[in-house]
Design a protein around this ligand. Structure first.
Ligand code: ZN
Length: 376
């Protein structure tokens, strides 16, 4: 039997445990390039975002799905892509990803991307929803009073969570992980709610007391709680998104029964691996970083498999927007995981059977257990 694990990896029906919708409509090249960087600044006229690990990976792996040779020039790629409708691109790329179950977070720029019902129309796999806590609070804020805000939030969260498999917090974006790890008092919440509601703009909650309230309310539901960690757009102050800053809060909620899933984590994925080893309720992925590091993603994947027990690592693409990202995340994860495991098997450090088993755990089994997914 060949030691090469590529075919075993290709055969895994992935659970993409953190992903967003593909684009609803067509996009200009400038718009597309803005979606293949985490920067929200305009791409300077003297460069193209195709000249990046992600851009080269798109030309390498996505071009054949549009009938082009691998490494087709960016201009050829763009001309070929323009011949397809948004729906056809979605069917082509999501269908080719080999993903069997999508856990879709709907809270970010939801009007531009397909919602779970829209995704279901284009894929054979199952689609479930993850609810973003901050978006729920922002949806009930107009018309709420300082004394009634928490109850309004609880009612809306109960309604939305009833149809969801997990929750998500972006406290890393809105404040940072260096927040007070204790639950806020009713007095603190009342004061913070009053100040926020009277500020004249309740479209974006960034008050640390209210963000802590959301985290503790999320923990109370018992649903798995995803936390953005590490790398993201310039809205984050990256030095405040190291998951090690969560250590005291993670200890405070230990025993609550709620699992915490640290998303992306790059470049702090080794720190996240430590937390996943130290605490039974902590998990990690390196989702966003897999696409963005392209040909180097095999190294990031291997690093994510250092300290963390293998029952604590999950696959995700964190794709948002261009459906290339939904496909590429899966391709690069399969390739990077196969590369890491192949090396360890060939060195005689791992058995082939263990490698196949661990790949299946990370590719889907762990997510099915943590999110209590049915019928996969
Ligand atoms: Zn995301």
């Amino acid at each position: 039997m060949s030691t090469d694990l590529s075919a075993d990896l290709d055969a895994i029906a992935l659970v993409d445990h953190h992903v967003h919708g593909p684009l609803r409509g067509s996009v200009t090249r400038a718009g597309f390039e803005s979606f293949i960087t985490e920067s929200d600044r305009p791409v300077p006229p003297w460069m193209t975002q195709f000249d990046s690990q992600l851009g080269i990976a798109i030309r390498r792996h996505c071009a054949p799905l549009l009938g082009l040779p691998v490494h087709a020039p960016a201009e050829d790629y763009w001309a070929a892509r323009a011949e397809f409708s948004p729906d056809e691109l979605t069917r082509r790329f999501l269908g080719a990803s080999g993903t069997g179950h999508w856990l879709v977070e709907t809270g970010f720029r939801g009007s531009e991307i397909l919602d779970p019902a829209g995704i279901r129309q284009h894929v054979d796999g199952r689609v479930d929803e993850i609810v973003r806590l901050e978006t729920v609070l922002e949806s009930v804020a107009p018309g709420a009073t300082a004394g009634g805000l928490v109850d309004a939030f609880r009612d809306e969260l109960a309604s939305q969570a009833a149809g969801a498999v997990g929750l998500k917090s972006i406290v890393a974006y809105r404040y940072g992980f260096d927040f007070d790890p204790d639950p806020p008092s009713d007095t603190e919440i009342h004061r913070a709610a009053g100040a926020w509601l009277s500020s004249g703009d309740v479209t974006r909650v960034d008050d640390p007391v209210l963000l802590r309230m959301l985290l503790w309310e999320g923990v109370r539901t018992g649903l798995p709680l995803q936390l953005h960690a590490g790398y993201g757009d310039p809205d984050v102050e990256l030095h405040r998104c190291d998951p090690l800053l969560l250590t005291r809060w993670l200890k405070a909620i230990e025993g609550s029964g709620t699992d915490v899933l640290l998303l992306h984590c790059y470049p702090f994925h080794r720190n996240a691996g430590y937390l996943a080893q130290a605490f039974a309720h902590v998990y990690l992925d390196v989702g966003l970083a897999i696409n963005y590091t392209g040909a180097r993603s095999s190294a990031v994947i291997a690093e994510s498999m250092e300290l963390a027990p293998f029952a604590k690592i999950l696959y995700s693409s964190d794709a948002w927007g261009p459906p290339e990202l939904h496909y590429l995340g899966a391709v690069l994860w399969r390739r990077g995981t196969a590369a890491a495991l192949n090396a360890w098997v060939e060195e005689g450090e791992w058995s082939r059977a263990d490698a196949v088993r661990v790949a299946a755990m990370i590719g889907g089994d762990n997510a099915r257990r943590v999110y209590r997914l049915r019928d996969d």
